[in-house]
Each structure stands twice: as structure tokens, then as C-alpha cells.
Design a protein around this ligand. Structure first.
Ligand code: NAD
Ligand code: UDP
Length: 321
């Protein structure tokens, strides 16, 4: 019997590559689709040559074609870190809108179930705390982050429209800050930034006064939540994240302690519209999926630090952050 096929867009990225691993492990045939604008073949090199893995180089905002049958589509292609989407605002808007439309069309043609990677950014700079799925958000559409936030909000609306109008099987995951091996050292997100600074003997750059909060989820927990959501029958958005909240100032101190560096914290201006607080309410994930995170930050940071240490040793001269 041929294996059921799963298409993962953004499959050479941080989260996409971990999803490819998971679906191979679960016995599927996986197609990773990517144009490598922020991803890397390094993330999937261990899968190349595997009989149940294929890589398609493709910009999903233009056109998508996959021969044969498809069981599931997971749309993870999109620049995801603030410095990436600020550098590529139009591509970000296109992959969230045109790319999503192309993939919904593909899902409809194949009778596939489609899951989209939405984000806690749909809540913008939230006025409700912690954030429940029922909160509509506080987003500045014409601010710098609007290109990402509004693309993702459109993506959710389009996906829901295909669900209600065409009866397509769809799933929406709202992902909160996730970390782990295969994040790019220079992607500008706070964890790679702090860790690479600490490992290279640079001071850690805290933006603003460091009182803004985030809640960090380890990648294996996220992948488990996504897997359960895909297999569930729940079509409404579900928050997946770790509710353990920390200020960015405290997080910098935590990384300094964990890496044993002598470096200190320096303060830089807070980017415009930077959310002041973020923490997922995961009651829906608990009730509908029986899911909650298993890894504490201490547990998740261990393998992540090991990964970054190797990366820094590979590129000792380069100041990428
Ligand atoms: P990433 O940058 O590592 O991965 C994104 C991948 O998409 C890259 O490999 C990139 O090359 C590819 N891509 C971008 N545009 C494309 C296009 N037009 N056609 C084909 N491929 C394209 O980022 P990530 O952290 O793995 O994020 C993956 C998804 O999860 C994104 O949709 C992001 O918005 C979402 N998300 C991530 C987080 C997080 O904390 N990592 C949080 C919320 C949402
Ligand atoms: N941040 C920081 N120093 C850095 C990078 C980020 O203080 O070198 C802050 C950023 O301003 C934000 C938080 O860390 O308040 C998380 O930023 P990130 O880019 O990781 O993700 P966001 O949750 O903002 O999308």
C-alpha cells in the first residue's frame, strides 16, 4: 500500500523541518516545499535520499502543483521573525494571502485537509491577558508589523471561508513564541540573539526596558500540539504555546546564567508596536486536544544551547546578529 502523502510548505524552515521529521516518523510520505528565502537545506539534509521524503523548490505565492493524492497540507511557509518580515514585507503579505489561496485551492482539488500556521501576532499588542482564542486582537494594520499580522489574519479568514463555503477540512493553529534547534542564529528573534551574543562574548541587547513579556514553548511540544490538532475534528483556531511567562529582562539574565558568560545586558530602543505582553490561554488545547506542554524552559533550553554552540563554533568569525 502506498503511504499517505503530507505536504509541508516552509519545510526547510525551523518548524517545517521538525514537522517533516514527525510525519516521516508517523509513517507518511512527506513533500517539503520551500523557496529558501529564510530556510536552509541544512535543516532537511538528513532527510534527503530518504525514500519517503521529497523536496520541491517552489515559491508557493506563485503557483503550487503536486502530482497524485494528498492527505494533509500544512502551510508553514512565511518569513516569521520580525527582521525577516520587515526586510521582506511584500513576500510576507503574498505568502499569507496568495500562497494560502493557492494551497487552499490545492487542498480542495485533492480533497486534502489543510492546517495553517497562524500566530499569536493576530492578537497584536494585546489588551486582554492572557490571550484566549475569542480575543479579536489589537493590531496596527499600517505599522511595520502589520505586514505579518494582517497577512496571518487574512490567512485565517480565507481558510475559514473555504471551510464554511466549500466544506474544506481546515485547522488553524495560533503559535506562540517557539524555540529549539534549527532556529537561524541570525534570525533576530530574541532567543537566537541572546544565545549567540552570550556565546560570542557580546553584550545582550534588551530592547526597551525589558519589562515586556513573552512565553516560550519548546519545539517538540509545539509539534505534538500541531499533530493532535491536525487529527482532531476542531476547525476553529487553537492557541499552542507554553503559558510560562517571563519578562525579556529576566530572560536575558537566565541566558547569562545558563551560558556562564561574563557579558552584561545593554539596552536598545524598543521597536515600534512591540507587544508589551504575551501569554497563551491554552484551555481549548487542553480540553479539545488533551494537550499541554511537557518541557520547562530549563529542559528545552538545554538541547537548544547545544545546537547553538555547534553553530557558533562553525562560524566563529561571523557577527551575524
Ligand atoms: P522559518 O523562517 O524558519 O521558516 C519559514 C520557511 O518558509 C522558510 O524555510 C522559508 O524559506 C519558507 N518560505 C517563505 N516564503 C515562502 C514562499 N513564498 N514559498 C515557499 N517557501 C517559503 O520560520 P519558522 O519559525 O519555522 O515559522 C514557520 C511558520 O510558523 C511561519 O508561517 C510562521 O509565521 C509560523 N509561526 C512561527 C512561530 C515561531 O515561534 N517560530 C510563531 C508563530 C507562527
Ligand atoms: N528583543 C530584545 N532583544 C533582541 C531581540 C528581541 O529585547 O535582540 C525583544 C523584542 O523587542 C520583543 C521580544 O524580545 O519584545 C521578543 O522578540 P522576538 O523578535 O523574538 O519575537 P516577537 O515575539 O516580538 O515576535
Amino acid at each position: 500500500m502506498p503511504k499517505e502523502k503530507v505536504l509541508v510548505t516552509g519545510g526547510a524552515g525551523f518548524l517545517g523541518s521538525h514537522l517533516c521529521d514527525r510525519f516521516i516518523k508517523e509513517g507518511y510520505h512527506v513533500i517539503a516545499m520551500d523557496n529558501l528565502i529564510t530556510g536552509s537545506m541544512e535543516n532537511i539534509e538528513h532527510l534527503m535520499g530518504h525514500p519517503d521524503f521529497e523536496y520541491y523548490h517552489c515559491d508557493v505565492s506563485k503557483f503550487v502543483h503536486v502530482p497524485g493524492e494528498l492527505k494533509y497540507i500544512l502551510h508553514f511557509a512565511s518569513p516569521a521573525s520580525p527582521i525577516d518580515y520587515l526586510k521582506m514585507p511584500i513576500q510576507t503579505l503574498k505568502v499569507g494571502s496568495l500562497g494560502t489561496h493557492n494551497l487552499l485551492g490545492l487542498a480542495k482539488a485533492k480533497g486534502a485537509r489543510m492546517l495553517i500556521a497562524s500566530t499569536s501576532e493576530v492578537y497584536g499588542d494585546p489588551l486582554e491577558h492572557p490571550q484566549k482564542e475569542t480575543y479579536w486582537g489589537n493590531v496596527n494594520p499600517v505599522g511595520p508589523r502589520g505586514v505579518y499580522d494582517e497577512a496571518k489574519r487574512f490567512q485565517e479568514a480565507m481558510t475559514m471561508a473555504y471551510h464554511t463555503y466549500h466544506g474544506l477540512e481546515t485547522r488553524i493553529v495560533r503559535i506562540f513564541n517557539t524555540y529549539g534547534p534549527r532556529m537561524r542564529l541570525d534570525d533576530g528573534r530574541v532567543l537566537p540573539a541572546f544565545v549567540s551574543q552570550a556565546l560570542r562574548g557580546e553584550d545582550l541587547t534588551v530592547f526597551g526596558d525589558g519589562t515586556q513579556t513573552r512565553s516560550f514553548c519548546y519545539v517538540d511540544d509545539l509539534v505534538e500540539g500541531i499533530y493532535r490538532l491536525l487529527l482532531s475534528d476542531y476547525a476553529y483556531p487553537v492557541n499552542i504555546g507554553n503559558p510560562s511567562e517571563i519578562t525579556i529582562g529576566e530572560f536575558a539574565e537566565e541566558i547569562i546564567r545558563l551560558t556562564g558568560t561574563d557579558q552584561k545586558v545593554i539596552y536598545k530602543p524598543l521597536p515600534q508596536d512591540d507587544p508589551k505582553q504575551r501569554q497563551p490561554d491554552i484551555s481549548v488545547a487542553r480540553e479539545v486536544l488533551g494537550w499541554e506542554p511537557k518541557y520547562s524552559r530549563a529542559e528545552g533550553l538545554q538541547p537548544t544551547l547545544e545546537y547553538f554552540k555547534k553553530k557558533v563554533l562553525q562560524k566563529p568569525q561571523l557577527n551575524e546578529a
